[in-house]
Unconditional design. Structure first.
Length: 492
């Protein structure tokens, strides 16, 4: 109802999280926004209690109720143990769009100061390698499955175009590694090309992700909206933040159809926890994205103007910015002092950059559509055949020995096409001699052109091979719509 406080779940987080979250809450209150904060927990303390998700049931219930989250940084175990609580939150609530603006700020020295860097990285947030599907195939060989779906690709790409349209931006760049990963990243690229025709007023371009990184360092002002897969987006969004002053100035929002989670890009910085020295700008800017999301655009613009005034005047800067500007680090503003300055500047407008109140634009949102190009009925209509299988084997056998032995196990319907090691064909011999790592992939395909193989025949193959080799993983080889839906090995 009008006039009622906004119900918002707030997760103070770990390390410096409580300090930067408290800063944002104070500023929001000073700007006159009524908020009913439901405090919840996630991260380190939850892990310590034995909850391996890092996100307890009470927190999930609060988010289901409020559907809006302001979150401090959470500690993530590195290389062992529990899943990232950050990733768990994004995936539990299907916040598929990670939006990370990178805009030049006054008073923040960068190599590109004065050039007007103003881009938004739109990162797919749910799938790709961050699906977290990993296996040890042997004690010495690990694998991670890169999952790219048409549905996931279409949702994030359409979000990027709708965001560009709502903000009056002129270009969307799709960044992939489709030249190497032709099926996964290639699916993302093909989906982008198919959707781009629905947005004729927006320039659509595709660039290889490493070229995007190169171009960002060389001429960042050329980018407007960049849409990309999860891992690519994680990396280049940090790069983009470095162009405009660093992670201390990097906000982000995670948007789904029902829930939105707002957080700074930076980590928990435990060595600074409790010292009242951390720069809260990133979390403050993230909270502005939240305010726009809940319909408080005017308050967001007022606060953003106050942030810009505070930065451009440089009278109260935190230690990180003092180091960058050659200022007096010892007498730099505390987190609390910097927050006080922003509150004191509410109602003022910057003089060296455009006021955000004057330039206010609506927040972008993914268009809800009655139909999409994916779904059970669409998939069912695609002609398909299974023409073989790739068997991954735990084996240190020499290719010259393994190949003939596997060929003899193929049976009547199938034939051994090749054996590879880490994607490089080693049988039949090509003259290549890659290191043995203890895993071989044996590709069996139908002997007769145009034929298909049944599950029963593949099961029988697994039984025969399993009598001589330890198989660890199997992938069917499909032909969809007349096109092979698998890649060849190097040298094949």
């Amino acid at each position: 109802m009008p006039g009622q406080p906004h119900r918002i779940t707030v997760i103070p987080g770990d390390g410096v999280g409580p300090e930067v979250v408290r800063s944002a809450q104070r500023i929001i209150a000073a700007a006159g926004v009524a908020a009913d904060w439901e405090e919840a927990e996630a991260g380190a303390e939850v892990f310590k209690r034995g909850d391996t998700s890092g996100v307890p049931r009470d927190t999930r219930t609060s988010i289901e109720r409020t559907r809006v989250v302001l979150k401090g940084p959470l500690e993530t175990p590195v290389g062992f143990g529990e899943k990232s609580a950050n990733v768990t939150l994004r995936k539990l609530f299907e916040t598929y769009a990670n939006v990370r603006p990178a805009r030049e700020l006054p008073g923040v020295p960068t190599r590109y100061a004065g050039e007007g860097v103003d881009m938004i990285i739109v990162r797919e947030n749910i799938e790709d390698l961050y699906a977290g599907i990993e296996h040890m195939q042997t004690p010495d060989v690990a694998q991670c499955l890169k999952v790219i779906t048409r549905k996931g690709s279409e949702k994030i790409i359409r979000y990027a175009f709708e965001l560009a349209r709502s903000e009056g931006r002129a270009k969307v760049t799709c960044a992939t590694k489709a030249n190497i990963m032709k099926l996964t990243e290639g699916l993302f690229k093909r989906t982008f090309e198919a959707l781009s025709v629905e947005y004729p007023e927006i320039t659509a371009e595709h660039l290889i992700i490493d070229n995007v990184a190169h171009q960002m360092a060389k001429n960042p002002v050329q980018f407007d909206v960049v849409v990309t897969t999860n891992l690519n987006g994680d990396i280049i969004s940090d790069l983009a933040s470095g162009l405009v002053g660093g992670l201390g100035f990097a906000p982000s929002g995670n948007y789904g159809d029902d829930v939105a989670i707002f957080e700074a890009v930076h980590g928990s910085a435990p060595k600074y926890a409790g010292k009242d020295v951390i720069n809260p700008t990133a979390l403050i800017l993230s909270s502005l994205m939240m305010l726009r999301h809940i319909g408080e655009a005017a308050a967001a613009a007022t606060i953003e103007d106050a942030v810009l005034v505070t930065l451009e005047e440089g009278k109260a800067v935190t230690q990180d910015l003092a180091r960058q500007t050659g200022g007096d680090v010892e007498h730099a503003a505390s987190t609390t002092g910097f927050t006080d300055s922003i509150i004191a500047n509410l109602g003022r407008q910057p003089t060296t950059v455009p006021s955000r109140a004057a330039a206010e634009r609506p927040a972008g949102a993914a268009a809800r559509r009655p139909s999409w190009t994916y779904g059970a009925e669409v998939s069912a209509a695609v002609e398909r055949r299974t023409i073989g299988a790739d068997l991954f084997l735990e084996s240190w056998a020499a290719p010259g020995d393994a190949g003939p032995a596997l060929a003899a196990l193929a049976g009547d319907a199938l034939a051994l096409q090749m054996v590879d090691s880490r994607g490089t064909m080693v049988y039949p011999a090509t003259g290549l001699n890659p290191d043995a790592v203890g895993v071989l992939r044996a590709r069996f395909v139908v002997r007769e052109e145009g034929a298909a193989v049944s599950d029963a025949e593949l099961a029988a193959l697994l039984g025969r091979v399993g009598e001589q080799f330890a198989w660890t993983h199997v992938e069917k080889l499909h032909v969809f719509g007349g096109e092979p839906s698998y890649t060849k090995a190097q040298g094949q």
